[in-house]
Design a binder for this molecule. Sequence first.
Ligand code: PGA
Length: 253
Amino acid sequence: MRKRLIVGNWKMNMLRKEAYELARGIAELVGDVSYVDIVVAPPYTSLDVVYGVISNTNIGLCAQNVFWEEAGAFTGEISPYMLIDAGCKWVIVGHSERRAVLGETDEMVKRKVAASIKAGLIPILCVGETLEQRESGKTMEVVRGQLERGLDGVELFSSDSIVIAYEPVWAIGTGRSATPYEAEEVHLFIRNVLDRVFEGIGDKIRVLYGGSVTPENIEDILSPPNIDGVLVGGASLKAESFARIVRLAGRIG
Ligand code: PGA
């Protein structure tokens, strides 16, 4: 059984005081939930304040990015060990905004995934096609390529060492989520690729959906069998809407 996982990606939002308030709100509403796993990803500058609020709850701490080296002359970068030191157990890797805006490549993604696992962080590896790629029938080719290159040579300790998030770029922040059918088709495909790459454990690795998830569509999105949770952006910035997503995710399946 794959336990559902709900991740709130706060992106480049929230000053420390706001992050503190949001974390407190979420902790009060769903901090003791155990029927799903809950994770929040504040910006680097708020990791410590958020950790102070959630460290005694069931909510896990996640960073939004990481560098692959352990330490050294890499101005501006943060290593996996620094994230663990700040209380993180998780890290988002290869988000489409980093790929599109910061030029992150599959090669960089692979290094980040491998370094995170080695240090004991759980990477949430994001993959997904653009609208143009979908409309020209390239969705599976794009997703397969991102997975194969992003996971090349990566070794897992177990099926819990990694999470995949399928995030169609056209669904992120647009209010247009994929239909459950569209998502499930790709999730099943991802599972098959994982099964090949990691020899037979593809059905144990959690695969999340991300892109315009709200309390209104969460039940539909989680209805297919291969969607194990969600990566939530906009709707994770209000404690009440994130908590509603968590509660609704617990009622299904
Ligand atoms: P969204 O973002 O929920 O605002 O569409 C999701 C994400 O980018 O992780």
